[in-house]
Ligand binder design. Structure first.
Ligand code: UDP
Ligand code: MN
Length: 415
C-alpha cells in the first residue's frame, strides 16, 4: 500500500482529502491513466492527458486558468490541420482496401474524351529517373537506343517549340483514311506535337480508336452544338472548341489548323517552329470543280511580306489573302493579350457569320494589325509546303466501324 501511495498523483491524494477513498473510488479514464504509476508517464503523455481529460479531474483551486483551455484549443486545431493535410485519396484507399476510387471521386466528367499529357503539363511532374529519360529520348528520336553512354546527349537535348495541330473532322467514307494519313505525318514530325481533334456533338468510336493507336500526343474533343441547322460551316465551331481549350489550359506552342483532307510536308511543320508571333506561307489550292491549281498566300522578301498571291476576283476585297492551312500563330496570343500588346482582350475566335472565303481574314485580323506583324516562311516564301484539296466525298457510304458484316464473295478465275 505504501508503494501505491507513493505513485499516486497529487489529484488522487486530494480526492482522498475530499473524503473519497483513493483505493475504491470508480476512476475515470484520466484518473486511471494518472494512477497507473506517475513515475512511468512520459511528459508528453502527461501533457496530452492533461489537455484532453481535464474535466474529470478534481479542481486544484477555484482560480480559473486560461492556459489549459488555450492548449486544448491549440491541440484540436493542430490535429485538424494535420488531418486536413493528409493526402486523402491514397491513404484512404489503402486503409479501405477494396474501396474503389470511383466510389467517392468528386471529379467532374470533362468534355475531353481522351487525354494524353502535353509537354506543358509535364512541368509539374516530379523529376524523372535516368531510365525513364532514356526511354523518352528514344521515343522522341533524340537517341537510337536506351544506352546510358548517350546520357549526355539526352541531357543536352533542347526540345523545339511545341506544335498544336487542330483538326476538325466528321464521319464520312474516307475519314479513316484522312485521319490515318495526317496522323502518320505528325508521327514523323519531331516532337513535341499535340494533335487536337474535334468532332461535333459526339466522339466517334472509330476516331477515338484511330487516335489511340497513332502513338502521338493527342486530345479528342467534342464541340457541343444543339442546333446545327443554322450553322453554315461546322468546322468553324469545332476549331473554336479547340481555341477555347488552348486558352483555358494555357497550352503553349504554335497553333496550326490542319484540315484532315489536305496534304502536308514535313518541312512545313519544321518551319513553323521558327515563327515568333504569326507566320504565313503560300498554299497550293486544287479545286476539283474548277480543274485548276491556284496559289494563295504571301509574296516575301526574306521573311518580310511585300504582297499577296490571289487569283479569285470575288475575294480581292479581303484584307489578308491566306488559306486556313496557310498560317500558324503563337498560342500565348490567345491567353496573354497584354504580353502581345493586343488592343483588346476579347477572345480570338472564328466567326460563323462571315461570307464564304472571308473566314481566314476575319480571324487573322484579330491576331495582327498589319503585314509588319507577320513573318513569311520559309525564307522568301518561294516553296509550296502544303496543298489544299477540294475533294467532295460526303455522299459516299461506308461500312459502320469499318467492319464487314459477312465475308466478301470471292471469285477465283479458273485457269
Ligand atoms: N468538317 C467538319 N464538319 C463538317 C464539315 C467539315 O468537321 O461538317 C471538317 C473537315 O473534316 C475538314 C475541315 O472541316 O477537316 C474542312 O472541311 P472541308 O474539307 O469540307 O472544307 P473545304 O476544304 O472545302 O474548305
Ligand atoms: Mn478540304
Amino acid at each position: 500500500m505504501a508503494s501505491i501511495r507513493r505513485t499516486l498523483s497529487p489529484y488522487t491524494d486530494r480526492s482522498h482529502q475530499n473524503g473519497l477513498s483513493s483505493t475504491f473510488s470508480p476512476q475515470s479514464p484520466s484518473q486511471k491513466l494518472f494512477s497507473q504509476g506517475r513515475t512511468t508517464l512520459s511528459p508528453i503523455r502527461r501533457f496530452v492527458a492533461g489537455v484532453f481529460f481535464r474535466k474529470h479531474q478534481p479542481r486544484k483551486s477555484l482560480q480559473f486558468s486560461w492556459r489549459k483551455p488555450f492548449l486544448r484549443c491549440f491541440m484540436c486545431f493542430f490535429l485538424g490541420f494535420l488531418l486536413g493535410m493528409t493526402p486523402f485519396n491514397s491513404d484512404f484507399n489503402e486503409l479501405r482496401g477494396d474501396f474503389r476510387k470511383s466510389d467517392y471521386s468528386l471529379e467532374m466528367k470533362p468534355e475531353v474524351v481522351s487525354v494524353q499529357r502535353s509537354a506543358g503539363d509535364l512541368a509539374s511532374v516530379e523529376k524523372p529517373k535516368e531510365d525513364d529519360l532514356l526511354i523518352g529520348a528514344v521515343e522522341l528520336g533524340v537517341v537510337e537506343r536506351a544506352d546510358k553512354t548517350d546520357m549526355k546527349k539526352v541531357l543536352d537535348f533542347v526540345p523545339g517549340k511545341q506544335l498544336i495541330v487542330v483538326t476538325p473532322t466528321y464521319s464520312r467514307a474516307i475519314q479513316a483514311y484522312y485521319l490515318n494519313r495526317l496522323g502518320q505525318v505528325l508521327r514523323l514530325v519531331k516532337q513535341p506535337v499535340l494533335w487536337i481533334v474535334v468532332e461535333l456533338n459526339e466522339a466517334s468510336k472509330e476516331t477515338a480508336e484511330t487516335l489511340r493507336n497513332m502513338g502521338i500526343m493527342y486530345r479528342h474533343l467534342v464541340c457541343v452544338k444543339n442546333n446545327t441547322t443554322d450553322v453554315k460551316d461546322r468546322g468553324v465551331h469545332q476549331r473554336n472548341t479547340a481555341l477555347e481549350h488552348i486558352e483555358r489550359h494555357k497550352l503553349d506552342g504554335m497553333v496550326y489548323f490542319a484540315d484532315d483532307d489536305n496534304i502536308y510536308s514535313l518541312e512545313l511543320f519544321e518551319s513553323m517552329r521558327e515563327i515568333s508571333r504569326f507566320g504565313t506561307w503560300p498554299v497550293g489550292l486544287l479545286a476539283q470543280s474548277k480543274n485548276k491549281a491556284i496559289l494563295e498566300g504571301p509574296v516575301c522578301n526574306g521573311s518580310k511580306l511585300i504582297g499577296w498571291h490571289t487569283n479569285e476576283k470575288s475575294k480581292r476585297l479581303r484584307r489578308f489573302h491566306v488559306d486556313m492551312s496557310g498560317f500558324a500563330f503563337n498560342s500565348s496570343i490567345l491567353w496573354d493579350p497584354k504580353g502581345w500588346h493586343r488592343p483588346t482582350s476579347d477572345p480570338i475566335r472564328h466567326l460563323d457569320s462571315v461570307k464564304e472565303g472571308f473566314q481566314e481574314t476575319t480571324f487573322i485580323e484579330q491576331i495582327v494589325e498589319d503585314e509588319s506583324q507577320m513573318e513569311g516562311i520559309p525564307l522568301g516564301c518561294n516553296r509550296i509546303m502544303n496543298w489544299h484539296l477540294h475533294l467532295e466525298a460526303r455522299g459516299l457510304a461506308y461500312p459502320k466501324g469499318w467492319m464487314l458484316p459477312k465475308n466478301l464473295d470471292v471469285v477465283i478465275p479458273s485457269k
